[in-house]
Ligand binder design. Structure first.
Ligand code: 9G3
Length: 575
């Protein structure tokens, strides 16, 4: 491809609305352009990168025995009514009526559609196992799309769905997909961790997220430094304290004036205590009903754990107005005593004695509060976020809490969808059974952003070779010099002949401009034909990642580059 003919509108300035590196660089490098909130056009280089990732996904899914199909993006509401999800989703599900007033939606995911297709066309255990996938544009009407391709409203997902005759067989499929995902992300040059995850609202009983470690990741994960344990914050188990010593005797309750002291810091500093002697009372609405969640002053409530412990469908932190309404005062000195709502306590709180809590009166706290004597607990369990101070739940090793970008998520669905849609097959006894399902997603467009988050510097993107839009960028450094131009043209032809994906920067621009654009776009290998060629008959190479430079004699340069790329491709898969 000749640069002079390419739609590649690079920008010098960083657009104001772009906050993170991948968003800034995708815009500056001319890979994407925003059409409207959270909806992007892929320009030629953006599309080449997208297609590279899709190709790796396709190869590995096919190798795992999955079959590719393409499902519609418009979906009838009836299927969502049958699965019971039509009412469950809010405005994130973009609904519309067509000209015949038929209720429809733009597909955010395709569990119902694929289950309907299978129930109509698959009837026997002999047809199983079946693993179907597509690579397709999804639409989820995010309230605040941001970060470019990281959180768009329209995005490209590979979504796969498996159908097995038994839980055991479904487990085999799940593990095969887990391994396939690890290979896919490694081949994309992404360093990625599979972490245990919650199954969320879509039911099923087990799931793993695939997280690309990056400081700008929206999720925090829990990783053990000593064993392979890894889980996301919603799932990471915090062990109950070993109830070794008996609790100290409960002391006399004391009221203490704490005028204007509201936060953990203010109260503990004022009282001269440490946060682990204080208990925070957080008011949540579980399926709309108020509940008081208690955690130690140095811990945070993990809402999904609270939801799971209470078996609620929806849990959200109560607004300040709601707190005033149900507790009679604003947050700041809330406590568990005398509440009208149920109290749910984290394990660590249950192990405490003579704790400090709010007195449910502005500017007043209580000392020597004891669970049982002073307040009842309806439910106790693991309610909190894990911290780096906690031991690994598996090996008691040290934990780290890196941030990550979720690029994949696989779920064991069980029979939740096949039962809801009566999708059944005849088993080997002639008995009707619901399919045992799994579903497997990869955020293909998000992988572009994740790869850039993980591989960039101040000059621009540093593409991992397997997903780079081109393998080589060939710069002619003195376009006015006929001899140089001729040599560069010839080398370009030679590279193309060898199937090397080459972007030939033949523009009539100063070398400095060409160097800046080459670094910005992030093509792994830069080949320069200039003065060095005239003086010594050599071309210069620069590796975008390491910055290393080397010279090659023009004669045989194309073969040498082909060999270099083969070596780089072989080593490009990150373990
Ligand atoms: C919706 C809307 C948003 C959604 C969903 C449904 C997430 C929804 C979960 C999944 C699960 C898996 C197959 C590929 C892998 C992920 N956001 N999920 O079901 F209506 Cl608006 O999508 N689906």
């Amino acid at each position: 491809m000749r640069y002079s003919q390419l739609l590649l509108p690079t920008l010098k300035e960083t657009p104001a609305e772009a906050e993170i590196a991948s968003h800034q660089l995708l815009l500056r490098a001319g890979f994407i352009r925003k059409l409207t909130a959270g909806v992007y056009a892929y320009l030629p280089l953006g599309l080449r990168t997208l297609r590279k990732i899709e190709a790796i996904v396709r190869q590995e899914m096919n190798r795992a025995g999955a079959q590719e199909l393409l499902l519609p993006m418009v979906q009838p509401a009836d299927l969502w009514k049958e699965s019971g999800r039509w009412e469950k989703y809010g405005p994130e599900l973009l609904r519309f009526v067509d000209r015949h007033q038929r209720e429809s939606c733009l597909g955010p995911t395709h569990e119902e559609v694929i289950t309907d297709l299978v129930r109509m066309n698959v009837h026997s255990y002999k047809d199983l196992p079946l693993n179907l996938y597509q690579i397709q544009t999804k639409f989820r009407d995010e309230i605040r799309p941001r970060f470019g391709l990281m959180r768009g409203r329209e995005f490209v997902m590979k979504d796969g769905y498996s159908f097995d005759a038994s839980e055991a067989a479904a487990g085999v499929t799940y593990n095969k997909m887990k391994e396939t995902y690890s290979r896919i992300f490694a081949r994309c040059g992404l360093s990625c961790r599979a972490v245990e995850a919650d199954t969320g609202t879509i039911g099923g009983n087990f799931s793993h997220e695939f997280m690309v470690l990056a400081a700008t990741g929206e999720d925090t994960i829990v990783v053990c430094t000593a064993c392979d344990y890894a889980a996301n914050m919603e799932k990471a188990a915090c062990p109950a304290p070993a109830l070794t010593a008996a609790k100290p005797a409960p002391l006399e309750l004391e009221r203490i004036a704490t005028p204007g002291k509201k936060t953990v810091d203010e109260v503990t500093t004022f009282l001269g205590i440490t946060p682990d002697q204080l208990v925070k009372t957080m008011i949540y609405l579980a399926d709309g009903k108020p509940v008081a969640a208690l955690v130690r002053g140095d811990h945070e409530v993990q809402p999904v754990k609270l939801k799971n412990l209470m078996g609620a469908v929806d849990v959200e932190l109560a607004s300040e107005d709601t707190v005033r309404k149900v507790c009679g005062l604003a947050p700041g000195s809330l406590g568990p005593m005398g509440l009208t709502m149920p109290v749910v306590a984290d394990h660590q709180v249950m192990a405490m004695a003579n704790m400090v809590t709010g007195a449910n009166q502005d500017g007043v706290h209580l000392k020597n509060v004891n669970q049982g004597r002073d307040f009842p607990v309806a439910l106790a369990g693991d309610l909190r976020m894990a911290t780096a101070a906690d031991p690994c739940p598996h090996c008691h090793g040290r934990l780290e809490l890196p941030r990550g970008i979720e690029v994949g998520h696989i779920f064991k669905l069980g029979t939740s969808y096949s039962e809801a849609l009566q999708a059944t097959f005849l088993d080997d006894q002639g008995k009707r059974q619901p399919f045992v399902m799994g579903c497997y997603g990869i955020g293909v467009s998000r992988c572009i952003a994740a790869a850039i988050e993980q591989n960039h510097d101040d000059n621009g993107i540093i593409f991992p070779l397997p997903i780079a839009p081109f393998q080589v960028i060939l710069l002619s450094l003195s376009v006015k010099d006929a001899e140089v131009t001729k040599a560069a043209d010839t080398l370009y032809e030679e590279l193309m002949k060898r199937g090397i994906e080459t972007l030939y920067d033949d523009r009539n621009e100063r070398p400095g401009i060409k160097f800046k654009d080459a670094d910005l776009i992030g093509i792994p290998l830069r080949v320069m034909v200039g003065k060095r060629f005239i003086e010594a008959g050599e071309v210069e190479i620069k590796h975008r990642g390491s910055g290393a430079t080397e010279a090659l004699p023009m004669a045989g340069a194309a073969d040498a580059l082909a060999a270099m790329l083969d070596r780089l491709m072989a080593g490009a898969t990150k373990g």
